[in-house]
Design a protein around this ligand. Structure first.
Ligand code: ATP
Length: 229
């Protein structure tokens, strides 16, 4: 049974349709890259998965359970951990307080997060608002991990960050895959950085899932057609 499965999902913002029959599945332990140019529906798909946006038709299931009537807290409780675009954390709390606020029982502890992101350890008592963009992103990932997710969703985790920090974050994601076998849905536009970690890819084009397959089977023509600028 797939961990997550979307079949023919449609979703709207008011009168305008953003998703048209989007289908995808994610197996346990897999890293799936959700790709596509700007405005193609990646964040909208994530909102539907996290139940922040209701779908209008189609079915979606987490571990075989129909999610249609789930409110967002139910998705979080079932183990869907979102690290949202724009790295939201509590700016008036310290790093430590931010992490503690996210904690739920499980394997992920403050020590493990500190080991994954030593910068967070070093800045433990600093206010979150004083962190650099990259450090805030690490904090957002740390917070998502401390909820002990069964599925971690990373929406544009490295967008707008300096190359060195991007590398640090991608290295941490690779460690997550290698050491903890976490199932990850990652949204990003950088093929080069996704290549070492993504098992499969789904490409969205104008709200439709137009290609899916093994990441290493993404050929140049497909890349140019759907991901080129
Ligand atoms: P990006 O890479 O720029 O984040 P995306 O692939 O995540 O893009 P979405 O944010 O899912 O794309 O947007 C899909 C479509 O839905 C776009 O046409 C966008 O303009 C529209 N859209 C997104 N959010 C809203 C909203 N709150 N209200 C109305 N339309 C929206």
């Amino acid at each position: 049974m797939s961990l997550l499965r979307l079949d023919q999902i449609s979703a709207f913002y008011g009168p305008s349709q953003a998703l048209f029959d989007v289908s995808l599945k994610l197996e346990k332990g897999e890293v799936l890259a959700l790709m596509g140019r700007n405005g193609m529906g990646k964040t909208t798909t994530i909102k539907v998965i996290c139940r922040m946006l209701k779908h209008r038709s189609g079915t979606l299931a987490f571990e075989g359970q129909d999610m249609a009537r789930w409110p967002s807290f139910r998705a979080a409780r079932a183990g869907i951990g979102l690290c949202p675009e724009g790295r939201r954390c509590f700016r008036n709390l310290t790093v430590h307080e931010n992490l503690v606020a996210a904690m739920r029982p499980g394997d992920w502890t403050l020590e493990r997060v500190g080991d994954l992101f030593p910068r967070l350890q070093e800045r433990r008592d600093q206010g979150a608002e004083s962190l650099s963009g990259g450090e805030q992103q690490m904090l957002a990932i740390g917070r998502a991990l401390l909820t002990n997710p069964r599925l971690l969703i990373l929406d544009e985790a490295t967008e707008g960050l300096a190359p060195v920090i991007r590398q640090e974050i991608w290295a941490a994601i690779a460690r997550l895959k290698g050491e903890s076998g976490l199932t990850i849905l990652v949204v990003d536009k950088t093929l080069k950085e996704l290549a070492p970690i993504a098992d499969r890819a789904v490409i969205l084009e104008r709200g439709r899932s137009v290609w899916q397959g093994r990441f290493d089977a993404l050929d140049a023509a497909t890349r140019d057609r759907y991901l080129g600028v």
